[in-house]
Design a protein around this ligand. Structure first.
Ligand code: NAD
Ligand code: UDP
Length: 319
């Protein structure tokens, strides 16, 4: 297949491009580098099956030649207002990538009669009242909260994807991605994994926001990409959660990072900077992924973090 991947220069997009090329497909990567980095794609530059178009997906998209599949991953993705790359500091761009970008990429799929896959998120469940989160849960989202620019754009994106499926017969898929980590995360986007690993490597205390009792479930990138590839190859049109169901408090997560890095500086508790909309619990129910895709994660948190540390060491100039 010849596959358009938006958000190609980002963390997940770059891994996806690599996987698709390894499967023998041709890839057209698209990105405007608002939160991504061309370095993430440097190793693909000489691959004759890889092309790159610098473009903002909020504007009309033209891809010359045939397109067999469109994977829409372009969007800022970090909630942290302490980083200039957090979506709360890119609110309009985030809404445009999720709304106009989804419309334009669905338009490409329709024009080329291509299959389509939307990168959605566990954030569409908001601060969930149901636990763990099943795909049937409708969510608990404040439409005007500071995270709403991301959550509501993704909810709109899911609705538009289903509209194109139901009314235009487009062959669509929706993946609801839960917290994923690994090499090529942006060092300064403020997400918890880059923050904690860098603080630990610098021998500083880890900044735990709030009481640290909020939970997350962290998935290693290779597991996630495997699930997404299986979904792309499936005929499933309804949303599928992909994530690791091993749930951990942020406090326990900080202790794990300190242990794996050998950091003795401990933890400091920090005032929450997010006006109270930090989801308290998050854990995917992956029954559907298991049944439909025969997928489940295989990499434990300790293994995944151990595979990720060398990337941060290199980027920080520590080796
Ligand atoms: P990222 O910031 O590393 O990658 C996003 C990429 O999209 C960047 O390269 C950025 O420059 C590009 N982009 C943003 N707006 C654009 C626009 N208007 N036009 C063209 N390119 C644009 O983030 P990521 O973690 O790789 O996330 C990728 C996708 O996966 C996002 O859609 C995100 O919502 C989704 N997601 C990620 C996670 C996670 O844990 N990493 C969880 C849930 C959902
Ligand atoms: N967090 C933290 N310290 C940090 C960064 C994040 O305690 O330096 C917390 C944050 O408040 C949230 C969790 O870690 O509860 C995960 O945050 P992240 O920004 O990675 O993404 P989220 O899962 O909230 O979308």
């Amino acid at each position: 297949m010849r596959i358009l991947v938006t958000g190609a220069a980002g963390f997940l997009g770059s891994h996806l491009c690599e996987r698709l090329l390894n499967e023998g497909h041709s890839v057209v990567g698209m990105d405007n580098f608002i939160t991504g980095n061309p370095e993430n794609l440097a190793h693909l530059a000489n691959n004759p099956r890889f092309e790159f178009i610098r473009h903002d997906v909020a504007n009309f998209i033209f891809v010359p030649g045939k397109v067999d599949a469109v994977l829409h991953f372009a969007s800022p993705a970090s909630p942290n207002p302490a980083s200039p790359y957090g979506y709360t500091n890119l609110p309009i761009q985030t809404m445009k990538a999720g709304a106009l970008g989804t419309h334009n990429t669905l338009g490409v799929a329709r024009a080329h009669n291509a299959r389509y896959l939307l990168a959605s998120t566990s954030e569409i469940y908001g601060d969930p009242l149901e636990h763990p989160q099943k795909e049937t849960y409708w969510g608990h989202v404040d439409p005007i909260g500071i995270r709403s620019v991301y959550d509501e754009a993704k909810r709109f994106a899911e609705a538009l994807t289903m509209a194109y499926h139901r009314y235009h017969g487009i062959d669509t898929r929706i993946v609801r991605i839960f917290n994923t980590y690994g090499p090529r995360m942006r060092l300064d986007d403020g997400r918890v994994v880059p923050n904690f690993i860098q603080q630990a490597l610098r021998g500083e205390p880890l900044t735990v926001y709030g009481d640290g009792l909020q939970t997350r479930s962290f998935c290693y990138v290779d597991d996630l990409i495997e699930g997404i590839y299986r979904l792309l190859m499936s005929d499933e049109h309804l949303p599928v959660n992909i994530g690791n169901p091993a749930e951990i408090t942020i406090l326990e997560f900080a202790e794990t990072i300190n242990r794996l890095v050998g950091n003795k500086a401990g933890i400091i508790m920090k005032e929450h900077s997010r006006l109270g909309d930090d989801p308290q619990r998050r854990r995917p129910d992956i029954t559907r992924a298991k049944e439909i895709l025969k997928w489940q994660p295989t990499i434990s948190l300790e293994e995944g973090i151990t595979k990720t540390i060398p990337y941060f060491k290199k980027k920080m100039g520590l080796e």
